[in-house]
Design a protein around this ligand. Structure first.
Ligand SMILES: Nc1ncnc2c1ncn2[C@@H]1O[C@H](COP(=O)(O)OP(=O)(O)OP(=O)(O)O)[C@@H](O)[C@H]1O
Ligand SMILES: [Mg+2]
Length: 465
């Protein structure tokens, strides 16, 4: 093959030379003989050399083209990788800032722009993040003290706590910097701000919860231990004291029992809070059950529980009957407990709109100061802890209500006026196909304090966002 190609090249080079010589001989420019042969050989050799050179240059050109295509593909791959890295950095939830050796922000991702409200690029990092500990850590890292980590709470309308990690980054090699960039603008530090506010809050809640449970259990236990000691010692033979103390001891033991039951039911409710109930429940039946269960307690305080049901047919909601009974037992129990002796508690069902029903539980009692309303559904939160305990409360009732209402995709709102009383409103979605137009006329009267601002905490407490 190679030999064949060489021969062909030789013949192709020699043939025009031979033709030229033959022409020259024919017109008498060259005499036929050895001179003509030598001339033909010289011209043919020259032509072969020229052809070879042209070939070599063509091959070199091809190689060059291939190299340039490869270089272009590599550059494209690098641009793609840089764009992906860019997108990852900008979409990371943590605010990220790249700083140069002068502490100026060279680059900031979207999280950082959101935190600092405007782009910090080109400015000193201290202009946007005015926290002395954070800036001191940045300065230490710039001074070559290696990676730094500080916890900082940044002020603002929604103060948040961050773990700031400051890591030195290798600056790009000088030849990589474009002509427009000078070495000073190259990033040398990465500041990563991890928002740990929710983590700290939930840790605090856990600590508070354990402390509260321990405290709530310790109080009746201390009292029980005290009475046991008294009964074994000084009151050993005092029958009258024994009867009295045993009654108190029973009360304390029952209180511990209630507390544990409430805690267990709270954790059960929390467990299935995300699975929406599927039964269809008649709210009227639920309310009648709750009212009947509390009627004796109400009578002891000379109170009546007045129930106003929708005039037309059953009010059906999608729900868990036992849990809904628990909601209204807790709310009516509070209304009886904190309502004034001799007043009435009213429980009224009304249609909110075509999709929801609202139930108002209204008492005439001391009411709740506005500052307390947003915190009422926190576990163990009581406006007057001593009074609640005296009334046998554990402070978990409204926390249970909140979680059940959440599970039902409902809403809890409170309005209250000090010295007059409170209204707790539970709004629940109607069961599919149920007719909500059974009580349109009464809607809009009083819900969540929409009564000219007379009531505290207008809708300030919602079980759902
Ligand atoms: N109708 C109301 N009127 C006035 N204050 C109320 C009313 N309902 C609740 N509160 C206040 O809210 C606090 C929390 O109520 P919650 O029902 O969670 O606990 P509790 O009634 O003290 O105890 P329990 O766990 O037995 O229900 C109460 O301690 C009380 O201070
Ligand atoms: Mg209660």
């Amino acid at each position: 093959m190679i030999f064949g190609a060489g021969l062909r090249a030789f013949l192709m080079a020699v043939a025009p030379a031979a033709a030229l010589i033959a022409y020259c001989v024919a017109v008498g420019l060259i005499a036929p003989g050895p001179a003509a042969l030598i001339a033909a050989a010289v011209i043919g050799g020259g032509l072969i050399a020229v052809r070879r050179r042209v070939h070599a240059e063509r091959a070199a050109l091809k190689r060059l083209n291939r190299l340039s295509e490869e270089a272009e593909a590599q550059a494209e791959a690098l641009r793609y990788k840089a764009a992906v890295a860019d997108r990852i950095i900008s979409s990371l939830p943590d605010p990220l800032l790249f700083l140069d050796a002068q502490r100026r922000v060279v680059r900031a991702n979207r999280g950082a722009e959101r935190l600092l409200e405007k782009s910090p690029v080109g400015r000193d990092v201290g202009e946007g993040l005015r926290h002395p500990d954070l800036l001191a850590a940045v300065d230490r890292a710039l001074a070559g003290e290696g990676p730094q980590q500080v916890e900082v709470t940044l002020p603002g309308p929604a103060a948040a706590t961050y773990i700031a990690r400051i890591e030195p980054v290798d600056p790009p090699p000088r030849r990589v910097l474009s002509a427009a960039e000078d070495g000073a603008a190259a990033p040398v530090l990465l500041v990563d701000l991890q928002d740990v506010t929710a983590l700290i809050r939930s840790e605090q809640m856990r600590v508070d919860f354990v402390a509260n449970v321990s405290h709530e259990l310790r109080t009746p236990l201390t009292s029980l231990t005290g009475f046991i000691e008294t009964l074994r010692g000084p009151a050993k033979d005092d029958a009258e004291a024994r009867a009295k103390f045993l009654a108190i001891m029973q009360e304390q033991a029952e209180r511990m029992f209630r507390l544990i039951n409430d805690l267990l039911s709270l954790s059960r409710i929390e467990l299935d809070e995300h699975s929406r109930p599927t039964e269809t429940v008649d709210l009227a039946e639920v309310l009648e059950t709750a009212r009947d269960m509390l009627s004796i307690k109400a009578r002891e305080k000379e109170m009546q529980i007045a129930l106003t049901l929708p005039p037309e047919g059953p009010a059906t909601v999608r729900g868990d009957e036992d849990q809904l009974v628990q909601v209204f037992l807790n709310l009516i129990d509070n209304a009886v407990k904190y309502g004034a002796r001799g007043t009435d508690v009213t429980v009224a069902v009304r249609a909110r709109d075509g999709k929801r029903l609202a139930v108002d539980v209204v008492d005439k009692g001391a009411g709740i100061p506005a500052a307390h309303i947003p915190r009422l559904t926190e576990r163990f939160y009581r406006v007057d802890a001593a009074r609640s305990r005296e009334l046998g409360g554990t402070g978990l009732g409204l926390a249970i209500v909140k979680h059940i209402v959440n599970r039902h995709r409902g809403r809890l709102s409170v309005s209250s006026r000090e010295g007059e009383g409170s209204c707790f409103t539970v709004t629940l979605p109607l069961a599919a196909g149920a007719d909500a137009r059974r009580d349109g006329g009464r809607d809009g009267g009083r819900d969540g304090g929409r009564d000219g601002g007379r009531h505290n905490g207008a809708g300030g407490l919602h079980a759902t966002g």
